[in-house]
Ligand binder design. Structure first.
Ligand SMILES: *Cc1c(COP(=O)(O)O)cnc(C)c1O
Length: 389
C-alpha cells in the first residue's frame, strides 16, 4: 500500500485517534443502543416520543426537588429559552459570569439584550457575590435594573449557592443556573440545576453524559416547562390549523437522541465516580509538587469533577506542560478565556477583580474522561512531574 493512498491515510488517522488521550470523550453504557433500536423498531423517528418522555422522567427523578424537565436540542437553546421565559428582551441587561464558555453569554445577544460580566471568587472559581451586588447597585444607579443573572457551576464545582441565591432574592432578579458542566454535582446534598428560577443542562459530546448533542431546561415551576415546550416547538397556538401569535423555535430533542440519553442516565453515577477518581489520582500523584494548586471542595460542596484542572505558577509553565502533553498525543486545554477578554464582548460592561484572568493564564484542564484507564492517568502524572524535576 502506497503511503499516498487514501486508504493509508485513513489507517494512520485511525491509529492516531485510537492512541490519542482526549480531554473528555463520550463513554457509552450498555442500554443506549437498545433504546435507539426501539425507536427504529416502533418508527418513533421524530422530535417527540417515548424515549423523550422517559429521558425527561429519568432526569426529573435524578435531580429531585420536584423539578420539571424539557429535553431540548442543546444547552445553548435551553439558555435562550430560559432568558426569554424570564422576560429578557431587546435592550435589557443580563448579569453573566465572565469565567465561562461563550454559550452562557451568546443567548443574551440572541434576544437583543446586553451582557454585563461579573468576575469570579477564588473558593469555587465562579461568580463573585461581592462583585455581583456591586454591579446590581451600579447598574440601578446608571438607570437600568438587570433582568436576570446567568450563574455557572464551572467544571462541575457549584457556585456560592447561598450568597448568589440570597442576592437574587433580595433584589428580585431571577437566576438562570447554567449547570451544563455540573450534572451530578450538589450543594448540601441538593442537586445542581434545581437552585435557579430555571436550570439548564447540556448533553454535548464532551459533557459528563452525552446524547451526541442535546440539552434540557429544568425548573420547579411547571409553567416554565410548559412555556419552554411551547416555544421549542414553533409556538403553535391551540387551533386545528397552524396558527402563531409568538415567534417560536425548533429546539426539541429527537426521540433517537433521547434513547442515548436514557441509557446514559443509567450510568451517570458511575461516570461521576470515575471522574472524581481521576481527580483524586491527579491530586495524590502530584501532591509532592508544591508549585501546583487544585480547586478543593468547600464544606457542603460536591463536584462531579467534570474536568480536573491544575493551576501552575505562570503562563509559561502552563504552556510548557500543555505542549509536553501535546507532544505525547495527549489533549489538555487552558481554562476558559473570560468573556470580558473576548473580542466579541470587548464593549460589554464588566466588573472584575483579576481572578478569572489569572486562572486563565495559569490554569490547565487535564484529560478527565470517565473512560480513561488508571494507567493512562498515571502516565500523564509522570509526564507532568518531569516539568518540575
Ligand atoms: C457546554 C456548555 C454550554 C452549552 O451547551 P451545548 O449543549 O453545547 O449547547 C453552556 N454553558 C456551559 C458552561 C457549557 O460548558
Amino acid at each position: 500500500m502506497s503511503i499516498f493512498t487514501l486508504e493509508f491515510y485513513t489507517l494512520i488517522k485511525q491509529y492516531m485517534a485510537d492512541s490519542k488521550i482526549w480531554l473528555s470523550s463520550p463513554h457509552m453504557g450498555t442500554n443506549e443502543e437498545m433504546y435507539v433500536k426501539q425507536a427504529f423498531d416502533t418508527n418513533w423517528v421524530a422530535p417527540l416520543g417515548p424515549n423523550v418522555d422517559a429521558f425527561e422522567v429519568a432526569i426529573q427523578e435524578y435531580v429531585g426537588e420536584g423539578v420539571a424537565v424539557a429535553a431540548l436540542s442543546s444547552g445553548t437553546g435551553a439558555i435562550h429559552l430560559a432568558l426569554e421565559i424570564l422576560g429578557v428582551s431587546s435592550g435589557d441587561e443580563v448579569l453573566c459570569q465572565s469565567f465561562t464558555f461563550s454559550a452562557s453569554a451568546n443567548p443574551i445577544k440572541y434576544l437583543g439584550a446586553n451582557p454585563v460580566f461579573i468576575d469570579s471568587e477564588k473558593a469555587t472559581w465562579n461568580m463573585c457575590p461581592i462583585l455581583l451586588e456591586e454591579a446590581i447597585n451600579d447598574r440601578i444607579k446608571k438607570g437600568k435594573k438587570p433582568k436576570a443573572i446567568v450563574a455557572v457551576h464551572l467544571y462541575g464545582m457549584p457556585y456560592k449557592i447561598k450568597e448568589i441565591t440570597g442576592i437574587s432574592e433580595r433584589y428580585n432578579i431571577p437566576i438562570v443556573e447554567d449547570s451544563a458542566e455540573a450534572l451530578g454535582s450538589s450543594y448540601n446534598g441538593i442537586k445542581c440545576s434545581s437552585f435557579g428560577a430555571i436550570g439548564i443542562l447540556s448533553f454535548n459530546g464532551n459533557k459528563i453524559i452525552t446524547t451526541s448533542g442535546g440539552g434540557a431546561l429544568v425548573s420547579k415551576n411547571k409553567e416554565y416547562r410548559k412555556k419552554a415546550i411551547f416555544l421549542a416547538t414553533q409556538a403553535r397556538d391551540d387551533a386545528p390549523h397552524y396558527q402563531h401569535s409568538n415567534v417560536g423555535y425548533n429546539y426539541r430533542m429527537s426521540n433517537i437522541l433521547a434513547g442515548i440519553g436514557r441509557g446514559q442516565m443509567e450510568v451517570l453515577e458511575d461516570r461521576v465516580a470515575a471522574r472524581r477518581a481521576n481527580y483524586e489520582l491527579y491530586v495524590n500523584g502530584l501532591a509532592a509538587i508544591s508549585e501546583l494548586e487544585f480547586l478543593q471542595e468547600p464544606v457542603g460542596y460536591f463536584s462531579n469533577r467534570w474536568l480536573s484542572c491544575i493551576l501552575t505558577p505562570s503562563f509559561e509553565v502552563r504552556e510548557e506542560v500543555r505542549l509536553l502533553l501535546l507532544d505525547h498525543n495527549i489533549e489538555s486545554r487552558p481554562l476558559w478565556k473570560p468573556m470580558h477578554l473576548q473580542p466579541i464582548f470587548e464593549n460589554a460592561p464588566n466588573y472584575s477583580n483579576g481572578t478569572s484572568e489569572d486562572l486563565f493564564n495559569r490554569g490547565l484542564c487535564l484529560p478527565s474522561g470517565s473512560n480513561l484507564t488508571k494507567e493512562e492517568v498515571l502516565s500523564i502524572i509522570q509526564l507532568i512531574k518531569t516539568v518540575f524535576s
